[in-house]
Write a protein that binds this ligand. Sequence first.
Ligand code: HEC
Ligand code: HEC
Length: 332
Amino acid sequence: MKRWIKWTAGGAMLLGMIVAATAASGLYLAEQRRNRYIDIKPRPVAYTTDAQTIERGRYLYASRGCTDCHGAQGTGREFVNDGKGTRIAGPNITSAGVVGRYQPEDWNSVIRHGVKPNGRPVMVMPSEDYNRLTNEDLNALVSYIRQLPPQESTQQAVVDLPRPAWVLYGLGVIPDAAARIDHQLAPSRPVPAGVTLANGQYVANMCIGCHGADLSGGKIPGGPPDWPAASDIRPGSHSADSALARYPNAASFVAMLRTGKRPDGTPIQVMPFESLGQLSDVDAQALYLYLNAPVGSVKQEVGSAPTQPPAQGTKSSANTVPSGPGGLKLPG
Ligand code: HEC
Ligand code: HEC
């Protein structure tokens, strides 16, 4: 009996030590991972000031989620604060804030690649959603942000996650956006506006940060534990009991985006309806068309739009500048 207790106590102690050691090394690795240097050479963004481009940028800023975390005026905003250790806020991105000294390539680096000008990964911001932006849309988005009135704001970037989340980040179970992005992939080619599969697929890129690269849903990596899993919204895959089956036509789907409610009136959690509700009718209907496309009619992986055949057997890209000998460093 005594020996048994000894064994159990010994086992528990050993297990405790293993758990503590894993947690400690996980936190250590998280620190390392967060401070790793990501060597990419993004193309500069073209700054413009014409009214049509700024208007397109305004639309993208409002409908693609930037407002949720950076505020309508770009002065920064708290996105999550669950009172249990998860607090996330985007910083001030008016010219009075962190972007004040940005070079044209820094915008591409942060938005499309999830890499700050100093080469470190951004935390939480879903750059994987923005990696597929066309050059024209990226230029428009940045041109819009740059003309926002500079405003001082006390809102700093906040990325507080509970310890277990940092441990999982350190162990690589929850990768950051920069780790999920294929940095060699060329940007999407221009997608004409319209209620088309191609445009729907393009808009659906903003869903992958939460619904996954193939839109199959599941637990949102790094989200608070009480968040429900994201639904499976793979194009053409829905059976009678899937979430998409609740929306028999585009009108019911668009109404859901506008109201944040299912047809039966129950509220849908977590989805950023402040932004999603801003999607134009054309983009929302194109999205519906895409999500309901028969299997095989669209490329399954949302994250990879068609690219030019690679030159000389290497992955060439119109998005990043090839490495020179010794590797050029990012400015800043
Ligand atoms: C889910 C929240 C979220 C969304 C959506 C989001 N961001 Fe961010 N963003 C953040 C957070 C958090 C940081 C700070 C990250 C850090 O410091 O690690 C940040 C940082 C930034 C930075 C500054 C990076 C630096 O420190 O140099 C820029 C610029 C930026 N975001 C632009 C955008 C734009 C443009 C959009 C929309 C296309 C967007 N963000 C969408 C959360 C978000
Ligand atoms: C910030 C994370 C997030 C983003 C971004 C997001 N979703 Fe969701 N989505 C969720 C979660 C979580 C649920 C499950 C909600 C629940 O069970 O209440 C969900 C549920 C759904 C549902 C099922 C609704 C129902 O009737 O139950 C649909 C359809 C959907 N999302 C479509 C989309 C589309 C399309 C996009 C992109 C345009 C998108 N979502 C972007 C997190 C997100």
